[in-house]
Design a binder for this molecule. Structure first.
Ligand code: PXL
Length: 281
């Protein structure tokens, strides 16, 4: 069985990061190892959340793992709390990444033109450097702008997106994928650049007019799961985009209106079917 290492926080309530990655990647038939970087009472969109940083614990866990014969097919990072944790992940890449291991970095720190409460511009610059250590990065538009000193725009066109992708590629990753890119009114999706071939690729869905927390984590988790199961880049990202949209649509039907996270639990059967259909192609 393929194995992914997911490195991100545990937000006990709120459905994001580890509590999204673990069930989704597992449902895709991939063993999921977790490395929790912090424990929070909720994610940081709730007022008054508590945080216990786990940076000190990480080297001990890693030293123990080094005594065991553990191989990861992908190392996936999401929300990291500090620059020191980025340095630890660089060491994890050095110690645990083989030729066939995918280093997948989602530089979680911002959305809708703004940084999340715990971060500042200095952190964004460090995240840009950190992205250079990855094979694949999947920033949203806001994160990409913060990392490349680009003006954030809501009215985007293809020239703006391609320029942003080139700037992201210059940070060093082989595959750069922007999320939240709608190329026409009423559309939303992804736009990527494979620097190994120089080819751009895009996948567009009808835009769903709702925003929920944790959708980026859903997208990244499915992308990683799909890639380690052997899907092509375009199939993995299409599966992730479709699943994210389906899940948002399902969540909109929930009378409890859970703004804090999406109902990915409801749509897991369709994810598994969608993966199987792509694997059988
Ligand atoms: O969904 C991204 C995320 C993960 N973890 C924590 C967060 C956020 C976004 O705000 O606060 C703790």
């Amino acid at each position: 069985m393929k194995r992914v290492l997911s490195i991100q926080d545990i937000s006990c309530f709120g459905k994001c990061s580890t509590t999204v990655a673990l069930p989704i990647i597992s449902a895709m038939g991939v063993e999921t190892t977790i490395l929790p970087t912090a424990v929070l009472s909720t994610h940081t969109m709730f007022p008054g959340f508590t945080v216990k940083d786990l940076t000190d614990e990480l080297p001990k866990i890693l030293d123990h793992w080094k005594t065991q014969d553990i191989h990861f097919d992908a190392i996936y990072t999401g929300y990291l709390g500090t620059v020191e944790q980025m340095d630890i992940v660089r060491r994890i890449f050095a110690d645990f990444k083989d030729e066939d291991t995918i280093a997948f970095v989602d530089p979680v720190m911002a959305d809708h033109g703004k940084l999340y409460p715990a971060f500042d511009e200095a952190y964004a610059k460090e995240n840009a450097k950190f992205c250079g250590a990855a094979d694949i990065i999947v920033p949203n538009l806001t994160e990409a702008c913060f990392m490349t000193d680009t003006e954030y725009r809501e009215d985007i066109d293809e020239a703006y997106v391609k320029d942003l992708l080139q700037k992201l590629a210059a940070l060093g990753a082989k595959i750069v994928v922007l999320t939240g890119i709608g190329l026409a009114p009423g559309k939303n999706g992804i736009y990527g650049l494979d620097t190994t071939t120089g080819e751009y690729f895009t996948y567009q869905n009808d835009n769903v007019d709702a925003t929920y927390h944790g959708t980026g984590d859903v997208f990244s988790s499915v992308s990683v799961g799909g890639l380690v199961r052997g899907l092509s880049l375009t199939d993995a990202f299409a599966l992730a985009a479709d699943y994210t949209v389906d899940t948002i649509r399902e969540t909109m039907k929930n009378p409890d209106k859970p703004w804090y996270g999406v109902d990915f639990e409801t749509t897991i059967p369709s994810l598994v079917q969608g993966l199987q259909a792509k694997l059988n192609k």
